[in-house]
Design a protein around this ligand. Structure first.
Ligand SMILES: Cc1cc2nc3c(=O)[nH]c(=O)nc-3n(C[C@H](O)[C@H](O)[C@H](O)COP(=O)(O)O)c2cc1C
Length: 158
């Protein structure tokens, strides 16, 4: 397989950018992710690939709950703030205030829409673990257009 074409072809996949988060009530983790898709209407499900050696993976595995915070097209800076490991200071995650969602996962105050999932299953086949999550709680605070990877100049894939 031609490695350059593999990289180019895989980078043609379209993505949004989201802050995925989890909490056990004491420990919190949140990271910017893009490997996310809806995967079922009934029940409503998504699938998301999470780095196997990340704190986020550990907490989702422990709690079986995660939130997807949907970034708007004006929130590229928030995505950047969550590329780095999670800090929890002054009740903020990486400098951003949040509340616990209905299922306990962190929901950032600035986010216009979110959903929370309970983990229904997982597949460990590569360097990322694929979680299948059932959408069990949703919230909206306003209107927005989602932040799309293609507008950022960033890549995660290839
Ligand atoms: C553009 C971009 C997209 C990313 N997408 C994902 C992703 O889909 N899944 C993932 O696990 N990490 C993804 N990451 C990495 C995480 O943002 C980052 O490594 C993580 O938040 C650090 O968390 P940790 O301290 O728990 O390792 C992405 C990074 C970048 C720069």
């Amino acid at each position: 397989m031609d490695q350059n074409i593999k990289k180019l072809a895989l980078r043609q996949i379209s993505y949004g950018l989201y802050i995925m988060s989890a909490s056990d009530g004491t420990n919190h983790s949140a990271g910017t992710i893009n490997w996310l898709s809806q995967a079922s209407f009934q029940p409503p499900m998504v699938m998301v690939a999470v780095k196997a050696d990340s704190r986020l993976y550990e907490l989702v595995e422990k709690t079986k709950v995660f939130a997807i915070n949907i970034l708007s097209d004006s929130q590229k800076q928030i995505a950047e703030d969550f590329f780095r490991p999670t800090t929890f200071e002054d009740n903020k995650l990486n400098g951003h205030s949040f509340i616990a969602g209905d299922k306990g996962a962190p929901i950032l105050d600035e986010i216009y829409a979110h959903f929370e999932c309970t983990v229904s299953g997982k597949m460990e086949l590569g360097d990322h673990v694929i979680f299948a999550g059932e959408v069990v709680s949703v919230g909206q605070r306003g209107d927005g257009k989602p932040l799309e990877m293609s507008t950022t100049g960033w890549f995660y894939g290839g």
